[in-house]
Design a protein around this ligand. Structure first.
Ligand SMILES: NC(=O)c1ccc[n+]([C@@H]2O[C@H](COP(=O)([O-])OP(=O)(O)OC[C@H]3O[C@@H](n4cnc5c(N)ncnc54)[C@H](O)[C@@H]3O)[C@@H](O)[C@H]2O)c1
Length: 258
């Protein structure tokens, strides 16, 4: 196993933290970047990595992140972008600025990361993004998130086409429900997690480590012939239906059973 230079963006929390730890455990040098610098510092300290403050919506910050890693480490071999955010509102009531900000982080941010990663990567290497079950399964109230993640799946395919001739592989992981700070809101609404689990053939939510295992594999030479792939990791939830979160929210507000 050769030591490679890895950059995990969104590494301060949840899936990004699990992936940063797993890449470190594989012997790679890890830079932990996040809009939340204090969080990135804590994770980097735990895995002997370097913390960097970087917001994926800020092109200059992402360009300087990659330039700095290249200058410090001599190459950029593995890029994992887990930065993501969500919101909840019906389209008819949706504030457009909020809608735009979800698309900005999840889709435009991913494009900015791929663009500047591609510029500093030589020949070979891996770029991995985190899309979602919601890229293929619609959730009422999640229009911005679903649209952004569906766009990210196609962005992954286009980037794989463009970067293939340089040997750079571009893939994505599409998780189902994994308990992290991002999904804390969902867990506070009675019935949603149960509904999700009932609609999951394997009958449970996932763990950050299960996503990290796949991220390590897809980023490694063992996946040398895999590109343009969006890997569903969701206990089979894509075979069934997405919970109606709005119904559970209404029931919570009105004290009724959905
Ligand atoms: N947890 C799940 O169930 C789940 C399911 C499907 C997809 N995903 C996707 O996986 C990714 C990671 O999710 P998570 O559950 O770990 O979330 P999380 O909220 O625990 O972590 C997200 C991290 O991204 C960072 N971040 C947010 N906006 C940023 C920005 N503009 N620039 C840089 N960093 C930013 C946050 O500071 C945070 O550290 C997201 O893209 C999410 O959409 C998560």
């Amino acid at each position: 196993m050769s030591t490679q230079v890895a950059v995990v963006i969104g590494g301060a929390s949840g899936l990004g933290t699990a992936i940063a730890r797993a890449l470190h455990a594989e012997g790679h040098t890890v830079t932990v970047a996040d809009a939340n610098l204090a969080g990135a510092e804590a994770v980097a300290a735990a895995c002997g990595g370097t913390p960097v403050a970087a917001d994926v919506t800020d092109e200059a910050a992402i360009e300087s992140l990659f330039t700095e890693v290249l200058a410090r480490s001599g190459s950029v071999d593995i890029v994992v972008n887990t930065a993501g955010t969500s919101g909840f509102s019906a389209i008819a009531d949706h504030d457009v600025a909020e809608w735009r900000s979800v698309v900005d982080v999840n889709l435009v941010g991913a494009m900015i990361v791929i663009k500047h990663a591609a510029r500093v990567m030589g020949r070979g290497g891996s770029i991995l993004s985190l899309t979602s079950l919601n890229a293929r399964q619609p959730g009422a109230g999640l229009s911005a998130y679903c649209a952004a993640k569906a766009g990210l799946s196609m962005l992954t395919a286009v980037a794989a086409l463009e970067l293939g001739p340089r040997g750079i592989r571009v893939n994505a992981i599409a998780p189902g429900l994994v308990i992290t700070p991002l999904t804390e809101g969902i867990q506070m609404v009675p019935g949603v997690q149960e509904d999700y689990v009932e609609n999951t053939p394997l009958g449970r939510a996932g763990t950050p480590e299960e996503i990290a295992d796949a991220a390590v594999y897809l980023s490694s030479e063992r996946a040398a012939w895999i590109t343009g792939e969006v890997l569903d990791i969701n206990g089979g939830a894509h075979l069934m239906r997405y919970p109606n979160i709005g119904k559970h929210l209404d029931a919570m507000m009105n004290g009724a059973t959905p």
